[in-house]
Design a protein around this ligand. Sequence first.
Ligand code: IVH
Length: 673
Amino acid sequence: MIDEKINQKYLKKIKLFNKYNKHYYDLNEPLVKDFIFDKLKLEILNLEKKYDFLSHKDSPRNSVGFRPSKLFKKVKHKIPMLSLSNAFDREDLVNFEKKIFNFLNEDSKQIMEYSAEPKIDGISASLIFKNGKFITGLSRGDGKEGEDITENLKTIKDIPNKINSKDFPEEIDIRGEVFIQNSDFKKLANKFANPRNAASGSLRQKDPNETDKIPLKFIAYTFGFEKGLKIKSQSEYLEKLKEWGFKTNPLNKTIKTIDGLVKNYNDIEKKRGEIDFDIDGIVYKINNFKLQKRLGYVANAPRWAVAHKFTANSGISVIENIEIQIGRTGALTPVAKIKSVNIGGVIVSNATLHNEEEIIRKDIRIGDTVLIERAGDVIPHVISVDLKLRNKNSKKFFFPKTCPSCGSKTVKDFNLTTKKEDAVRRCSSEGYECEKMAIEKIKHFVSKDALNIEGFGKKIVENFWNLKLIRLPQDIFKLDFLKIETLDGWGKQSVANLKYSINLRKIISFEKFIYALGIRHIGLENAKLISKNLRSSKNFIALSKNNNFDDLINIDGIGETQIKSIKSFFKNNTNLNVLNNLDKLLKVKDAESQKNNGIFNNKTFMLTGKLSSMSRSEAKSIVEQNSGSIVSNVTKKLDYLIVGEKPTNRKVEAAKNLKVKILDQSSWLKMLK
Ligand code: IVH
């Protein structure tokens, strides 16, 4: 208990440290004088020294030698540096492959080839070579824009300065990971918390001589912009990299089946401790470049790659109780309340049991001794029960068939991708009718990626809810501040701050607005896609009036699941009330128009009939990548009707009558040259 108090105190300081940092570096407006900042930093470091169970990724210990990004010139990446979606088990891999086959409209019995590359946990870098010479080196930055760290990268021995091979492309942006070997890290362990921070800190030293003092390594694995690269697959690219003088990961492999991927994953995970660099998973990439190109990207991750993550630290504890938590979307999550245990420096007292099936499958009971695992920022979870230690008094847990918060029936949905019943049981209420869901929805509404109302944390939402100050998101904009001022813990200044933060967010982008509504299956990325396509909240609200939800299927990345969810959102009167009220209270900015420079710019297309060796999703993706848009109705505004096998005759006739150009698949693709 005492440890928990110390941990709380520590986390409070870390939070404050982050706030000061953000204002200083990102917002350019320091909140406090330097000496106060330094004092706080010292307090955190001293606490860590005294209590070795304290550690946090945002601790100043992890940013020793880290220089503010202001010191480096910002440079735009010609091709963005993307991230990867994650997979955690075999089932995720099977779904990943299934989606690929669906997109490509290929028979799933066909064999797919993967490049399997251990994912080094370092810092990614982009190296631009022109005529064989290393010209510019950039950090990833936010993926769109990086920092010019050329001079620091030049000190790394693994990066060739000049390449004379005849087949080296005229221009290429070679990308890979900068890292420090564990054996070298040992010598620096008193300065940095882990090898990744050591690499990051060293690479971003203002003085390249400082970078030179730390033995950094570079492993290459992909490329961005290129001119004159003549190869057909990832495995061929990895071979070429070696020929050109780059280091590649010695554990890279080409593998043909999911079983093969899983075996390789298990083999490498076992060897993990013996490898001299930190890996946090394995990246799988579709090997064939032609297929990669067809698959393209969704939002900020490729469809053709996935990172299969390793699991992390574990500890043993006892389950004292099992409680049900109700999430924003109604998911009932069983949570094990466990005896506090220190796992990898963090005190853990809750662990998720995921769902009903998991409890049954693992036969988890109250009173059991269990193995708990914690990976990164993810909520710790129960791995297994030690049956040998099972107590006679252990109690079975029965999953509730009605929602513990509102009493509605709980249901399991049918998943359209996996074609199976969901494992998760949900409260069947649409949202604000269930108290627990409503509270979670409001927490989501004010959260960082949604409205981002600073200072309006989860505790405040709960507090205001209990005081009946809020029931729906719009209530946030009609708060009785005079009353709040009289509440415990509040004063003139803190109320003024809250008022200020709320007013600041009355102007909001359309994508954040959609995300903030908390519609199930509409996360940040899908909200972005919808915003890009519909452009304004007016069009979004009109979806319900015009009943044209099905048009959303024309947005690349949006599928039936999302549309079904949007439809049921609009069916609920409270949701409509929230939407209309927010529309009046907020100024929702229209989405900016995109840069339109593709060959289908300003052109609309409609598809009818089955296309050969291509799914509808792929056709959608091709049109959008070339700045065109897909529509669902034949009207005068339609430019082209693309006709596949067995088209709907009514659509073809309508197009003929309206003199819309009719194309077959091959003449459509010819337009792309
Ligand atoms: S490919 C679009 N290959 O993982 C493809 N990335 O989450 C993205 N990483 O920032 C890059 N090993 O720092 C790729 N063999 C590998 C990788 C790898 C490590 C890192 C990289 C990137 C992150 C993506």
